[in-house]
Design a protein around this ligand. Sequence first.
Ligand code: HEC
Length: 139
Amino acid sequence: MTKPQIWVSAFLVLFILLFIIGRITKEKETERIFSNQINNTTSQQNTTELTAEQLVKNFGCVNCHGTDLAGTNLGPSLKKLSEYWSKKSLIAYLRNPTNYMNEERFKEYKEKYPSQIMPGYGEKNIKDLGKIAEYLLRL
Ligand code: HEC
């Protein structure tokens, strides 16, 4: 082989090598993205498979409202909520409780539970909140 021929073949080999390496890393990347997506959907399914009772425990509602949701010294009873809420308004409340602080009932709560405030659950899956709302309205 002449000198230029050696150069050309060296470049060719290098090019083919780079091409193969590129393909392998790309496959790994798509594999990673794909399995991430699968994991995401399964973790969402996991919470949606939980019953409302389990969600209320998982989200810590029972810590303040009591295991039977009849109220503790940290939060009011959640029985008979259907007197005040529809499913839609209750979901909106759970997502952003501070919007409702001015109602008469909530002013009383503020005096009764001065050290506690109802946390917002705006970052939770809306379907889970819907399930909880339905459950609470049936209590
Ligand atoms: C840190 C304690 C705490 C946690 C945790 C908590 N709450 Fe509350 N909740 C309160 C307090 C205190 C109030 C009374 C309003 C206020 O002071 O913010 C309240 C009020 C409420 C009300 C309004 C009651 C009414 O008379 O209309 C509902 C409904 C409610 N909580 C549901 C829930 C649900 C569902 C969860 C879980 C997803 C939850 N809370 C978690 C403390 C808590």
